[in-house]
Design a protein. Structure first.
Length: 162
């Protein structure tokens, strides 16, 4: 008998769309803190924040996906995620309009990313989760940021003791 693998995802809103990332990549969720802007950084980099003594870059996913910048509200959250590049763990913050829930999603309810009809480069999309009355866009955390962007973000982070 074949088992239906269940993966947990953290769901969040960007505008009218619901997105999700695997909970295994999520460290924590924070209320929107004060950020320090980095001059000359890419427009999707909103700034850096202090998370337990570490400098963490915060990316505005709406800007990254070609939408207008996120406008902060009392529901705005920063999702602290881990991504790996060249066998090095990177920690960064992803700005979301709001965070919804942790969702258990069986593999049988995941369809491949559509090739047309979506305002997002499909290379970022791991699949589309089908729920009773809605769809959830499942992001591939490791692909949302290109290797060049992650290296740029990493270079922009001050080193401890400097």
């Amino acid at each position: 008998m074949e088992t239906d693998l269940i993966t947990q995802f953290l769901t969040f809103q960007l505008g009218a769309e619901t997105f999700a990332i695997p909970i295994a990549n999520v460290r924590e969720v924070l209320k929107m803190p004060d950020m320090t802007a980095i001059p000359g950084s890419p427009e999707f980099l909103r700034g850096v924040i202090n998370v337990r003594g570490n400098v963490v870059p915060v990316v505005d996913l709406k800007r990254k996906f070609g939408q207008p910048a996120t406008v902060g509200s009392r529901k705005t959250r920063v999702i602290i995620v881990e991504s790996t590049i060249r066998e090095k763990n990177m920690v960064l913050g992803a700005l979301a309009d709001s965070v919804e829930e942790v969702l258990d999603l069986p593999q049988s309810q995941v369809e491949p990313a559509p090739q047309v009809g979506i305002d997002l480069k499909t290379e970022y999309i791991r699949g589309i989760g089908k729920l009773e009355n809605r769809f959830v866009i499942l992001l591939d955390v490791h692909r949302v940021f290109s290797e060049e962007e992650l290296i740029l973000l990493d270079r922009g982070q001050p080193r401890e003791g400097h």
